[in-house]
Ligand binder design. Structure first.
Ligand SMILES: [Zn+2]
Length: 471
């Protein structure tokens, strides 16, 4: 498989340190709020990558951290503590916030068919490992104490900026929010490994350490967690493009200084999801969550389909209209697959292998999911048995996870039930669909009330709109 590597800036042949085994690390969420659908796009593309590696016969062990301490609102060492901010906002303790939003994150993942990693590790559960790494970095001369904190000394490295399209001047990005220089730093790029003195005197979570009561910096947790579960050699490290600098740059610096050798040769980054007005964030504009998509009548599978239609290394523009188009295309695809569900004929193994070769060709070319979806349409048009087509789609969907056969079968049942709906109700259902398409959600809601008054209920499900009698 050829996979783009952010370290080498080219597509490289995917390789593993130990034959047949992939140790894959994914930077996890900071659990102070819901994930927005832009964050979830990254996890979804990582999920497809993981499933495709399994499809090719590799044994994948995937590791994810849960950041429940130490992540400040800028990705550098300034700004507010995100967890503390969340706790204040909701008048809860930091651990209550962490538990609540960790569950919410995995609930969203489940709706989007994102598989859980084999190892999920909250940062607060591995403090001893972080302290050990920091002690070693101090012993080796890669770290120093200043003003109560421990810092990584980036001047000790031959090359700090490893993703070399990110230059010194980009460092300003790290301090853009609440700009305040830290006079303890010897070099501009140095970063905190352990805080005992921060501006948060009321920080709830603190641990004893050789440097006093304090807490770890954000970057050290990924190094500690990855090494705990993957050992000294990681095969593949993933994250959003935002993480390249400073987070991943710092992870490499401290991991390789600690280990004394190369740590992870392959880096996979997913580009931004943008809105029509720019980069998506939790604080700007509409806060786009999976729940909001569902409230507006979109199925999580329509969003997954929307993401799969685009390459992970391209910025994707989200708009309700784009999602509506994707949902429409997804429903049409299900309708095309529907007749295959009841296929009784035999699978032509040679034809199946030839069709699936097109799928692997697409995915081997830097995980081209858009091309993989085109292959599904080719399969539907192919001159072979229905059972062959169904078997191919089943194999492809074990990677893309779009619930194609399941939802096509549900659609078939739904079509049978639709016959019994009275014409008056059916007419209203169609009016409501038209109102929604025109984004007149107020009118759509009013029509829904009329339908309810007639004794029918209308629900948006993964399979589309379902109309059933009340009671
Ligand atoms: Zn990380």
């Amino acid at each position: 498989m050829q996979l783009y590597n952010s370290l080498t800036h080219q597509k490289d042949t995917f390789r593993t340190y130990e034959p047949g085994k992939v140790r894959m690390y994914t930077c996890g969420p900071t659990v102070y709020h819901f994930a927005h659908i832009g964050n979830l796009r990254t996890y979804m593309m990582e999920d497809v990558l993981e499933k495709y590696l399994r499809y090719t016969g590799l044994d994948v062990q995937r590791i994810m951290n849960i950041t429940d301490v130490g992540h400040l609102t800028s990705d550098g060492d300034t700004g507010d503590d995100k967890m503390l901010k969340g706790a204040r906002r909701e008048h809860k303790t930091v651990m209550e916030i962490a538990a609540y939003y960790t569950d919410a994150f995995f609930a969203d993942c489940e709706k989007l068919n994102i598989k859980k990693p084999e190892h999920i590790q909250p940062a607060t559960g591995l403090i001893g490992d972080f302290i050990h790494i920091i002690e070693t970095l101090l012993e080796k001369g890669y770290a120093y104490e200043a003003g109560g904190n421990v810092y990584f000394d980036t001047s000790k490295l031959d090359q700090y900026y490893r993703f070399h399209d990110f230059r010194e001047e980009d460092l300003e990005v790290g301090v853009r929010e609440g700009v305040e220089g830290d006079e303890n730093k010897r070099n501009k790029a140095d970063f905190v490994l352990w805080f005992t003195k921060s501006k948060f005197d009321d920080q709830e979570l603190k641990w004893e350490s050789p440097w006093g009561l304090g807490y770890p910096g954000w970057h050290i947790e990924c190094t500690g967690i990855a090494i705990r579960y993957a050992g000294e050699h990681l095969d593949l490290h993933c994250g959003g493009i935002d993480n390249v600098f400073p987070h991943h740059t710092n992870e490499i610096a401290q991991s390789e200084a600690y280990l004394g050798h190369e740590w992870c040769p392959q880096w996979f980054h997913v580009m931004h999801l943008n809105t029509t007005s720019g980069k998506m964030s939790k604080s700007k504009g509409e806060f786009l969550t999976v729940s909001l998509l569902e409230e507006k009548g979109f199925s999580p599978m329509a969003y997954r389909f929307f993401c799969m239609q685009s390459h992970y290394r391209k910025s994707l523009v989200f708009s309700w209209e784009n999602l509506e188009n994707a949902q429409g295309a997804y429903q049409k695809l299900l309708a095309k697959i529907r007749p295959l569900c009841a296929a009784q004929d035999a699978v032509d193994e040679a034809a199946k292998a030839a069709l699936l070769a097109k799928f692997t060709e697409a995915m081997d070319n830097d995980l081209n999911t858009a091309q993989a979806i085109t292959v599904i349409y080719d399969i539907l048009k192919a001159d072979t048995t229905a059972a062959t087509k169904r078997a191919c789609i089943e194999a492809i969907d074990s990677v893309l996870s779009l619930d194609l056969l399941k939802n096509a079968a549900a659609l078939a049942e739904q079509k049978d039930a639709a016959a019994e709906i009275p014409a008056e109700v059916q007419a209203l259902v169609e009016q409501r669909a038209a109102a929604r398409k025109a984004k007149d959600f107020a009118a759509a809601d009013a029509i829904r009330d009329q339908i309810t008054a007639l004794g029918w209920q209308i629900r948006e499900t993964r399979e589309g709109t379902v109309v059933t009698p009340i009671g």
